[in-house]
Design a protein around this ligand. Sequence first.
Ligand SMILES: [Zn+2]
Length: 268
Amino acid sequence: MFSPTVYICALLFSIPGLLSAADFPQGRWVDLSHDFSADTLFWPTADKFAKSTVFAGETDKGYYYSAYNLETAEHGGTHVDAPVHFARGHTSVDKIPLEQLIGPGIVIRVADRVGTQETADRNYRISIADIERWEQRHGKIERGTIVLFDTGNAQYWPDAETYMGTAERGEAAVAKLNFPGLSPEAAIFLAEKRGVKAVGLDTPSIDYGASRLFRTHRELFKRNIPALENVANLSALPDKGFTLIALPMKIRGGSGGPTRVVAFLPGK
Ligand SMILES: [Zn+2]
């Protein structure tokens, strides 16, 4: 059986002889990452992304040269949350096994439940019923799947007011956050009944905006299941039938990190 995951892993890890250019499966790559810039949205208490110029221009030797310095918090833009973010002693971002961040992906769409900016309960919590609705159409979620949720929130990026409920910064702004998230019950269901590898969504946090106890983070991370946040472009994916690759910056001991998330869709 054709397995894009095996082929892509062979490519990534450069297994000699296993994969020639002619053998590489036909398909399409979809970028599911927001770019990093001064516009990138961060948690209100985190420092924002900053890029400063070391040099950009013609050198006195007659060639062009550019280089920049970066500063960024771990939790902003498209990123991975590592289990140690909410579970003491659990996996840090550099130690998440690669195979947990590469695998078959599905998208569960709940934008119609969340509603529009005007009508919506922006703090919608994705339920087990939302997952079961997907399964009624596509079959039971297989063990080892990476489950993504399209809440429709990405359309508001990078407007902080609509995307996360407030453009204010600092501790007091946290009380004003509102956006959809995954309910703790649904998180436990995916972890224990479906054996998923990782979960992700198109909001700043896997918990809904008004959450103060971050139960979904805690339930996932004590089970060593990482989360992808601020995922972009989910509307470009089918509901199933793609391979997801989400590789965060390898920050030693980090609680998360900026991540390039991509999907491979086989086919001409
Ligand atoms: Zn995070």
